[in-house]
Design a protein around this ligand. Structure first.
Ligand code: ARG
Length: 261
């Protein structure tokens, strides 16, 4: 995770970002610290990445890389405003026990567009990551990539439209169908016939940007429609308020890069 020390909304690269709306930075920090402390209280280890003054979106740490089996595929950002984040992430991995970060040939925004289950890499395309990043990831990780077409600009990253609840076996996910092309909806229905299907209100409240450890699911708290269905499936949903970071177009998952070793 990367603290929002220099977070601000001064440019707009997704429909949620409105530079005319003020951001309450101390509140953003409090909300972010709450998320970090929550992970720790649930027994998870949180590493912190040094924020850079010129990179306000660095708080969305999920975009900096994809780590699977201890192997790291670096990111390459679609927008020039974020491009320098890639090197900052790469440096962190290189000096913290993940040497040999692969510098990608094609644009990919890390876990923003890649989700991982035991069997597959689910990979979004349409707004940010290049379709060519999909075979690149497949070759690097040796896992089959399932390409999914995102069609609604409000759900510009896969992690705004789909969340892995349980990555073991066939995997369990929740997703918002309207964010995907018809063909990709059909693919998801085939792979995940028992998925939790989200309503528009919960997707709009960034509910798909949740993080699950297989039991606890940290859910943007305004996505109230998800709590009961998650409980019925045996999960323990925990509401998290990241309202200030929503102004940049991100929430729980965007702020969290998973180190899968
Ligand atoms: N402002 C950032 C952008 O538009 C938000 C990134 C959110 N991160 C995510 N994993 N969806 O790139």
């Amino acid at each position: 995770m990367c603290p929002p020390t220099h977070f601000r909304v001064t440019y707009s690269i997704n429909p949620w970002m409105d530079p005319s709306k003020p951001v309450d930075l101390p509140l953003a920090m409090t909300q972010w610290e709450h998320l970090r402390d929550l992970y720790r209280s649930l027994g998870h280890t949180v590493e912190e990445l040094e924020p850079h003054e010129d990179l306000p979106d660095m708080v969305y740490a999920a975009n900096g890389a994809l780590v699977v089996d201890g192997k790291v595929l670096g990111a390459s950002f679609a927008h020039p405003e974020r491009q320098d984040e890639a090197a900052a992430h790469r440096e962190w991995y290189e000096t913290n026990g993940f040497p040999g970060v692969k510098i990608p040939e094609h644009v990919n925004e890390g876990e923003g567009d890649f989700a991982v289950t035991e069997r597959w890499l689910l990979a979004g395309r349409g707004f940010r990551s290049s379709p060519l990043s999909h075979p690149e990831a497949q070759e690097f990780f040796g896992r089959p990539v399932i390409g999914l077409d995102l069609v609604n600009p409000s759900y510009y990253h896969l992690d705004t439209a789909l969340s892995v609840l349980d990555d073991s076996g066939d995997g369990e996910v929740m997703y918002y169908p309207d964010a995907f092309s018809e063909g990709s909806q059909a693919v998801l229905a085939k792979l995940f016939p028992n998925a939790l299907i989200a309503e528009e209100a919960d997707a709009k409240a960034f509910g798909m940007n949740s993080v699950s450890d297989g039991h606890h699911v940290l859910v943007p708290q305004a996505a109230v429609g998800l709590f009961e269905p998650l409980r019925q499936r045996g999960y323990e949903p925990i509401g998290v308020d990241l309202g200030e970071l929503l102004k940049g177009g991100g929430s729980v998952k965007c702020c969290t890069a998973e180190l899968r070793d």
